[in-house]
Structures are given as structure tokens and as C-alpha cells.
Design a binder for this molecule. Sequence first.
Ligand code: ASP
Ligand code: MG
Length: 416
Amino acid sequence: MALFVHKYGGTSMGSTERIKNVALRVAKWHDAGHQIVVVPSAMSGETNRLLGLAREIMPQPDQRELDMLAATGEQTSVALLAIALHAVGKEAVSYAGWQVPILTDSAFGKARIQSIDDVKVRKDLDAGKIVIITGFQGMDEDGNITTLGRGGSDTSAVAVAAAMGAAECLIYTDVDGVYTTDPRVVSDARRLKTVTFEEMLEMASLGSKVLQIRSVEFAGNYKMPTRVLSSLTDPLMPLEVETVSGTLISFEKESSMEQATITGIAFSRDEAKITILGVPDRPGIAYQILGPVADANIEVDMIIQNQSVDGKTDFTFTVSRADYLKSSQVLEASVKSHIGAGSIAGDTKVSKVSVVGVGMRSHVGIASQMFRTLSEEGINIQMISTSEIKISVLIDEKYMELAVRSLHKAFGLEND
Ligand code: ASP
Ligand code: MG
């Protein structure tokens, strides 16, 4: 007997029929003798519908009230799931975040979990009940309902699993796992049996958006084994099969012997590049350029500063395309007046492609293999950045899919 936390996404909770299937699946786990806590999302489309109602009234509603409103989506689904479990003869009880309570800070719309009190939940579990807790929401110290940001139910589930010391957190979703790259770009992309949480962070932040990033950080910080698997399979499939399906986000590769050097190819289409030409090369210049950008809450990704010629250099960095306009405005204001640089140039037609893998730590030559592959395809590399487990290049957006496909092949990631 072990404790498992199941998380079901909006699609899995999308209709009463689907909720009945979730109940059958959860009941099957419970019948096998396990304790189960379920953390569901709102029914698909519901959060958007609710937020849309508020915006019919005014364009920028108060964030506290938006949280109050959006949290009702999850409250509906926990109650329906409890009822569906009762209908199949199980004892089940549902709780809103504030009833547990799941305590968060007061950053409405993007609150962070601070603590989870598991006393009540444990009592219910020990009495044989299945416990269902709303995803996405919590309560601040003044008793206000808060939400954790879009997609936040993943984080709720991993946090509950970590707080309760669950054996595993299972994230049931509409994809059947994490792939070597986006199967829409590479048709023979392969599902990974395991991925380390560090790789998952790199893959997620680079665009393979299966889980809310913060949930992966949580899984890493609390060493909570987390599995991504499909909720669209037969709910009564044998438990032995289900427990090893999907992709396990783990902490070490299962077998270092067979460890591939590269785990996946991640990409992000919507990048933008900004170059400041003729920057005086003196101490403090990078700070003078990027300080105001950071103050405007814009995340900078890749950065290059060239060797200076005659005391002048060029400084280039990337931001996500959505932040391009704001970044240019910030720089127009600061660069010319204080920094005395020549001019600013921008390019919004760039994309980033990365090879990711913990195997890189113990293998050399990954970068040169990557660059050779791109050169054979005639793809020009504009910027490069590396970390211990990732090499990223910035390229013209029109070659992005070609780059992903050829790298996927070059590193032997396809299905056999
Ligand atoms: N219902 C929330 C959303 O749509 C949270 C979640 O589904 O994870 O963002
Ligand atoms: Mg989701």
C-alpha cells in the first residue's frame, strides 16, 4: 500500500462522461489498496469562460476578484468527481484549497504555495476515503482565495504529493508523455520512458509545454517522482501496465550504460534579437544596458558582447518576441541618453533550437556535432549559449523546423 497523488487536466475532466472515467480509474487504484489524493483542474474551457465573463464587464478587473471567480472552476470539478466516486460505491470527500488549507502568499493570479497542512487529509485517507483537492488555488494569510497562475493545477498536485510524502505524483493529461521533440515537427519523435527533472526544465522552458514549469521545479526541489501519462486510455487497464506507462520525471537515469548523450531537441519559435551598435567598452556597460530591461520585468535570454575595436563594441541579446517592442522602447530611452551608443538594431524573425541531455556532462563533442549538422544544412548560427546540459543556437526562424529535424536525426533520437 502506498500513497499516490493523481492530477487530472481540464480535458480529462471535460464532461460528466469523462469524470465518470476518472472515477473508475481512481477507484481501481484504491481497490488495489492504495491511498489516493486527486487534484483535478477545472473542466476544459471553464477558466477561460469565467475570466471572459469578468472582461465583458471591464477590461482589467481586480485581480483578487478574478481569483475568487476563477477558483470556482476547480470547485465545480472536485465536487463532481466526489459525486462520481460515490456513484461507483467509493467514499470520497472534496476540499477547496482554503479548507485544507493550502497557504500561499498574496500575489493574486500568480500566488506561490507556502505550506500545506495535511492533518485533515491524512485522517480521511486513514478512514479509507479518497480525498479530492482543488488544483490551482489556495488561501493567503488573510483568508483570501488565491490562484497559482494558468496551468497551476500541476503545481498544486506536485506540492500536495511532496507535502504528504507520496510515492509518486501522476499527472494524467491528453498527451501520453514527454517526447524527444514536438511530434508535430518530427513525426518519428519518440516518447521518453524517463527524463530527469533538470532536462524537463530545459525542455519545458524551451517550448515543450507539457507541465507548468513551476511544478517541475517543485518536483526537483522536493525530489518527488512525477509521471506524465495519458488519461485517454481505458480506465480499467491493468494497474501493472499503467504504473509504468507515460514518462517518469526522475532524478537519475535508470541505466547509465545505455544513457544517450542527448535526450531531446527543444525549440522556441518566438524569439527576438536586439543589438546595440557602437557601445563604449567600459566597466558597467552591460548593467547600464540590461538593468532598465530587467526593471521593466523583461526576461533576457542569450547575451553576446563582441571584442571591442577602438574602444567600441556591439552588444546583442534576445528576449521573447512578445517583449520585443517594450524592450526596444526601454532601450531607446536609456541607451542613447546615458550610454552614448550608436544605434539599435532588431530582428524579430529568429528562433532558438537547443539540444538537451544530462549525458552531455560526460561526453565531449556534442557542440561540434550540433554545429556540423547545422552547417551541412546550410543554416547560419547567429548566437550560441550553453549550460551544463544544454546547447542553444539562435537561427533564422525559417530554418527552425529543418534544424530540429536534422538534429533529431543526427543524434539518433528517432523511433527504432
Ligand atoms: N484551470 C486552471 C487553468 O486553466 C488551472 C489548470 O488547469 O491547471 O489555467
Ligand atoms: Mg494543464
